[in-house]
Design a protein around this ligand. Structure first.
Ligand code: ADP
Ligand code: TRP
Length: 318
């Protein structure tokens, strides 16, 4: 019998239109991991995590579909990896409840995301407070060994590890394995058109499937710092789509000519985006998305049914 591959699981919240920061910071690595073929990969649309922010049915539906379409357009292949929606696998919320009963409030109060929300003096909902437990369930249900995330999510993996250990200890069982963070190769933070981190919350993004017109508008709007000879913000984005050697020549030849450099960037971004945009457009109104998510949910549920059987036996409710 062939040895089964270690499980790798990652997720993204459907909270906005994907931009090139999301691509170079996370999604591209998912495709690379699929291509490497070393893991049994699960990629999840974390819609129940997003419910903390998106509380409108139409918007939730549109954003979830958009993320599924994005995952297919960038080259994830549902024949080789499992793509599914968190809300279609009820075990995630069920296991979250079980974890809640062995987790203390002070422990969750130490989470960075909670502390940030508290510092901003926001009214914090229980879902935000509990976020790390839902994420622990996402990971532990699949016996995921590798969990690719950015630096900002590292603490959540520690919560998942602690929770696995605690469950095993409290119930004197060997139900869960400890996941490892797979911190994605140091990807520089992609700057937005204003030089801050590119983020949908700052309105400074270059959408991943931008039309030529949107691309032109975004690039022409990049704030150029005129202190040096190289427009830093333009260069930082350009580096993502063209080699540094080629850029050295280009930027040397066009010293101080910001418009020409921006035009070159538009052309290079267009060449990079066009094939993905084509696939993205082809998926409009396609029933392929539903099929992929239905199939993904079946594969995911087959796993979690087995795992929940073990969990229920361990806690004595089977
Ligand atoms: P946003 O900041 O637009 O709200 P999210 O927080 O939803 O984006 O991020 C989704 C994923 O994309 C995360 O893994 C995050 O680390 C990555 N990401 C987001 N913005 C950037 C950026 N500007 N540079 C690199 N990676 C990013
Ligand atoms: N919390 C992650 C983020 O905000 C998304 C996420 C949800 C996730 N569940 C996950 C990532 C499980 C990895 C594994 O980016």
């Amino acid at each position: 019998m062939p040895m089964s591959k270690p499980v790798l699981l990652s997720g993204m919240k459907p909270t906005g239109t994907a931009h090139i920061g999301n691509y170079f910071g996370a999604l591209k690595q998912w495709v690379d991991l699929q291509e490497a073929g070393a893991h049994d990969c699960f990629f999840m649309i974390a819609d129940y995590h997003a419910l903390n922010f998106i509380q409108d049915a139409g918007q939730m539906h549109a954003l979830t579909t958009e993320l599924a379409r994005t995952l297919l357009a960038i080259g994830l292949d549902p024949e080789r990896v499992t793509i599914f929606k968190q809300s279609t696998v009820a075990a995630h919320t069920e296991l979250t409840w079980i974890f809640d009963t062995i987790t203390t409030m002070p422990y969750l109060m130490r989470a960075h995301a909670f502390k940030d929300a508290e510092a901003k003096d926001k009214e914090i909902n229980v879902g935000t407070f509990n976020y790390p437990m839902l994420m622990a369930a996402d990971i532990l249900l699949y016996d995921a060994k590798a969990v690719p995330v950015g630096q900002d999510q590292k603490q959540h993996i520690e919560y998942a590890r602690d929770t696995a250990e605690k469950f095993n200890r409290v119930f004197n069982a060997e139900t869960f394995i400890l996941p490892e963070p797979y911190i994605m190769p140091e990807v520089a933070i992609v700057p937005g058109t204003d030089g801050q981190k590119m983020s949908k919350s700052y309105g400074n993004t270059i959408p991943l499937f931008a039309t030529h017109e949107e691309l032109t508008k975004a690039v022409m709007g990049i704030v150029t710092d005129s202190s040096g000879e190289r427009p830093g913000n333009v260069y930082a984005i350009h580096r993502l789509v063209r080699s540094e050697d080629e850029l050295d020549t280009l930027y040397e030849e066009n010293k101080g000519q910001y418009k020409a450099l921006k035009e070159a960037l538009i052309e290079d971004l267009e060449a990079f985006i066009a094939p993905m945009r084509k696939r993205y457009e082809a998926l409009e109104d396609s029933n392929e998305i539903d099929k992929v998510l239905t199939r993904g949910a079946e594969v995911a549920r087959a796993r979690t049914d087995k795992k929940m059987y073990e969990v229920r036996s361990a806690i004595g409710v089977s």
